[in-house]
Design a protein around this ligand. Sequence first.
Ligand code: HEC
Length: 250
Amino acid sequence: MSIRVITSRQLALLGGSGALLLGASGCGAVKRGENPNLIAGKQEFVAKCGACHTLARAETKGTVGPNLDAAFSASLSEGERRSAVRTVVEGQVENPNRFGVMPSGLASGATLTNIASYIAESVDRPGKDSGLLATAVQAPGAGKPAVEKAGKLEIPADSSGQLSYATNKASATAGSVTITMPNTSGVSHNIAIEAGTAGASGPGPVLAASQFVTKGAASVSLKLKPGTYTFFCQAPGHRAAGMYGTLVVK
Ligand code: HEC
């Protein structure tokens, strides 16, 4: 029996028979004899998938691909098993639509097992992760505030792949400042500056913006008067997902 790629929508249409086809191997998302690492699965999901997919338990807010909680809620409420969700996720990662946006080769082997098991255990489940899962990924933007020194201010992108900077607070003295954003995440980001504190809602008039970079560092230089500014990423959906912070200039 070979089921290649089946989508969440097809899974919902299969209804009860889907459980027979796909869920024969067990009751939860974990297959017998396997020991998937859900903590690693969450970390890998955030790093490789979260920039494009929303999953409430993982606190990811990507909007490029479908919201995974929404994608599977219908089939789960019809009694579909979580092991079937896992099979769909594995099929999608192994064989993404050739003409679609989702890259191929994102994960395989144990990494894919871990990611798919974490998703299957988490989708459409109310509440928050607890225990070791709760601390598997550091809270977005919670790093030490960035402080300008000798005209240079460094605000790294979140290295775990979350749509945030390492910190959401920065300060500088008035004058010429070069803001550098190192990015090791593999997700394309830039850093732009606007006056005021519009938060997630902006954008207001942009004063200056760096190039986009996926791996490496991007910089932007500008003259700043005393006041409060917002730094944010201009990739679609990233600011709304929380990729911004406040820069106070004195
Ligand atoms: C660059 C953005 C991007 C990344 C990264 C990405 N996806 Fe996707 N994903 C998409 C898009 C867009 C779709 C919609 C179908 C298509 O275009 O192929 C999709 C579809 C899916 C689906 C099918 C949902 C449904 O309704 O059936 C699943 C499951 C999925 N992705 C899981 C993952 C997993 C797991 C990862 C990480 C290993 C991942 N995606 C990484 C963009 C992405």
